[in-house]
Design a protein around this ligand. Sequence first.
Ligand code: ACM
Ligand code: ZN
Length: 526
Amino acid sequence: MKRLFLLVCMLGLSLTTAASEINIVPKPLRVEPAEGSFTVTSQTPVVAGQDKELLRVGRLFAGMVEPVVGRNLPVKKSTDDAAIVLSVDGSLGEEAYLLSVTPEGIAVQGGSPKGVLYGLQSLRQLVVDGKGVVPAVKITDKPFFAYRGAMLDVVRHFMPVEDVKAFIDIVAMHKLNRFHWHLTDDQGWRIDIRKYPDLARVGSVRKETLFGHLRTSSEYDGRPYGGYYTQSEIREVVAYAAERYVEVIPEIEMPGHALGALTPYPWLGCRGENYEVWTRWGISSDVFCAGKETTFEFIENVLAEVIDLFPSKYIHIGGDECPKARWKECPYCQQRMKENGLQNEEQLQSYFMQRVEKWLHGHGREIIGWDEILQGGISKTATVMSWRGSKGGIAAAKAGNKAIMAPNTHCYLDYNQTSEPRYEPLANGKFLPVRMVYALDPYDQLTEAERAFILGVQANLWTEYIPDFFHAKHMLLPRLAALSEVGWAYDRKDFEDFRRRMAHFRRTYDVAGYNYATYFFDGKDE
Ligand code: ACM
Ligand code: ZN
């Protein structure tokens, strides 16, 4: 009897151990641990059949686990050896996957090669965590939200192509599927447009940069700062992202945040002269003139090149933080309002956004705008990106507009990570610990019917206080993992369980060589 009791205890213990060895972020839908394990070694082949895309996905996986197994796994069309076998099963959803590990081998089935890559991202975590030894398990997984994004601002600080690719690797690691690339703003224009070469030549350079925090500093560094992407670099990034099933959504800001364009082409502004790419943070009162036809001609010409470079369904056209002072004094803008029966400058902005949206519709694209596009009236077809808290997204969904939740209250990863900013590098100042990112509820205050308008979630990385990509990683990680779990596993969130799994997921950051913040892991983020 005593022996039997001991046996039952041991069995229970071994089952708990097996279950607790499966630690994946974001939390999979279903995890069924089994007996035994499979060891991935440098000799374990990845088998992808005849499918070229699966062969490519297999090679991506081989690169990811190379630091653990010691060399790139062989990727083959077939084998007789115990292997990691990839396949597509059209009966699964496009992003869904099944990961099955037995002592005989590993099978990764996806609804598409994209789903297979998500399965391999999970397997990567298990390979890292067990140093090659993967516990037997059956995992069934699929994402909750269709849109799972991350934004990178390359204006306030420029990130070279290699860093942008590294950002995309991080996006893919977290099973996100959109990269929102913030390319133009008051502090610079960072995309070459052939028709207007001075955008890159002149608009990308500011003569110096504010040193220290916007609220406390009036010191400048006295050094010119610039950087832009050529069109071939843009294509290279878009292709790199597509290979990882990440769609790139470019953002061309209008009508505000426009000094990068007004400086080289002053006729785009209401005053028409004396603009300078901004050297400090914040919002310039100088914006695109909404009265002159030449402004729209310019924007259409720019967007024509943009849509040629970016195949995404969505083009982000900004719309946030557009001061109306210049429009109030501008005869062209006032004339436009009169001719179109517009009551105020908010409605003039609405005219601006809807006119650009109409042009993009004519070219088969849809717009995303920051939540200010709700002011002064919004078209039925625009998608709102909620950033001033969730209220814009809630209002959009209630009005029947699609919305993406990126509220600064939960998704602004440029904010401080602890309540003791003096122990952190200089940052925005507002406090956003991991648990607050995790607490985001994209469905807050919405009825069942209204929820259908929420496409998903996005984390934003504004870079005023982020001088380079090394620092960017400190801000992104591990908070991006919390955002990823909201987007992928909203219906199964559990913060304490997340905390436990993160202790394992950080090893994947370590193996990838990422500079991540440790406040959360050390319990110092309160
Ligand atoms: C924003 O943070 N101005 C969208
Ligand atoms: Zn004007």
